[in-house]
Design a protein around this ligand. Structure first.
Ligand code: ZN
Length: 393
């Protein structure tokens, strides 16, 4: 399926996301994680957080074309915060031709929740949680800044996650206040651990968690996080040898949260990437060390992110008013409102299939008839090539 999309981009003389992904460097990922883990901790309450933030900002500043910001926000006084304080996190923006934004990030703050005696001074290296996601976002910035994209890319190192997602809440609130047009948010949180201590291993998949899409009309604004997850699976399918995404149709691990959640709640399409097998005994302890990170696995997770993000970054505007023709017959006709010059893909899947089973890439048209496919048995959707599809109703 990818070659069809590939041809479009190739004709513009631009390097394809799956080719660019080959430049992801596991050695650079390793040196970033090792540097991050070299601080005693990166607790959001401590000065080590600011030191790490400044180091991360400096790494982003070395990449040509990025606009880097050390963003300040208030962390409220609460259980894991002895006093209200101003803290920092890092944003790096790669401007595109449009103001539509695709965000990718991980949280660089850490916590030790077992060593009560040392409290805030306890060692918390956070190599995997979430040095891995922080390093992934930085590596994507290095590689993706090598070419121009239609949409704007934003790389984020979140803080305040371990106290209650405060950094992502602050950024999501700012995005709403400043009316950011965010198409997708990729949160990478623990993406470097390919096996656990009871012998389970999976170094061939990374999980993608997504909340069910909500059409709006209720109290929460609409989002299409599930459709984002589904197109990530489609865009990355068979793109990295023997490696893929595993869709999990819930917002996050059972009873737990992550930095994508405030964005989803604010009405943005947002998903979480996490390794398949977590090792719970290392999380939030002094034992979350670089030696237990599988950097080849982390590199493949980075490639998945890059390919999906790259296609989303090149996609034109989504179609509107996507409708199924209600007349009865053996074929199904789908119509939509097309934006000038935008090429579209029509997708279909059986009602029981979680993933797109068929697709056809079209030109700048506004209708398609799928021969011998019944609208009773299939769900249809239309998207700009490489973009999040809109289900036909
Ligand atoms: Zn985490």
């Amino acid at each position: 399926m990818l070659p069809i999309i590939a041809m479009t981009v190739m004709t513009q003389g631009i390097i394809l996301p799956e080719d660019l992904a080959k430049e992801v460097d596991a050695k650079r990922l390793r040196s970033t994680v090792e540097k991050l883990a070299s601080w005693n901790d990166r607790n959001t309450n401590n000065s080590t957080l600011t030191e790490a933030a400044n180091w991360i900002a400096d790494q982003y500043r070395e990449i040509p074309g990025l606009q880097v910001e050390v963003m300040k926000y208030k962390l409220p006084k609460m259980a894991r915060v002895p006093e209200e304080k101003e803290v920092v996190q890092v944003l790096a923006v790669l401007p595109g031709e449009t103001n539509t934004r695709i965000l990718v990030g991980g949280h660089f703050d850490t916590i030790n929740m077992v060593d009560k005696e040392k409290g805030l001074q306890a060692r918390a290296p956070g190599a995997n949680d979430d040095g891995s996601g922080t390093a992934l976002a930085l590596e994507l910035a290095r590689v993706m800044s090598k070419r121009k994209w239609r949409n704007t890319l934003v790389f984020v190192a979140f803080s305040g996650e371990e106290q209650g997602l405060y950094g992502s809440k602050a950024l999501a609130a700012r995005a709403v206040a400043e009316k950011w047009d965010i198409e997708a948010v990729f949160s990478n949180d623990m993406v470097g651990n390919s096996k656990n201590k009871i012998g389970q291993k999976d170094d061939r998949q990374v999980r993608v968690f997504s909340a069910e899409a909500t059409p709006g009309g209720g109290e929460a604004p609409p989002h299409h996080s599930r459709e984002l997850a589904r197109i990530i699976e489609f865009l990355t399918r068979e793109s990295v040898d023997g490696f893929g995404v595993k869709l999990v149709f819930r917002n996050d691990r059972f009873g737990r949260g992550g930095d994508h959640t405030p964005f989803m709640q604010a009405g943005f399409n947002a998903v979480r990437f996490t390794e398949v097998h977590e090792e719970y005994s290392r999380q939030h302890t002094e034992d979350d060390l670089p030696g237990d990170v599988d950097f080849k696995y982390l590199g493949n997770a980075a490639k998945m992110n890059l390919i999906a993000m790259g296609y989303l970054a090149d996609a034109g505007q989504a179609p509107t008013n996507v409708r199924i023709d209600r007349s009865q017959g053996h074929d199904t006709t789908v119509n939509w409102h097309a934006e000038p010059g935008v090429r579209y893909t029509v997708y279909w899947r059986e009602t029981t299939s979680p993933v797109w089973q068929g697709n056809v890439r079209l030109g700048a048209v506004a209708t398609y008839t799928a021969k011998k496919l019944s609208k009773d048995d299939y769900i249809f959707a239309v998207g700009a090539v490489g973009g999040i599809p809109v289900e036909a109703k």
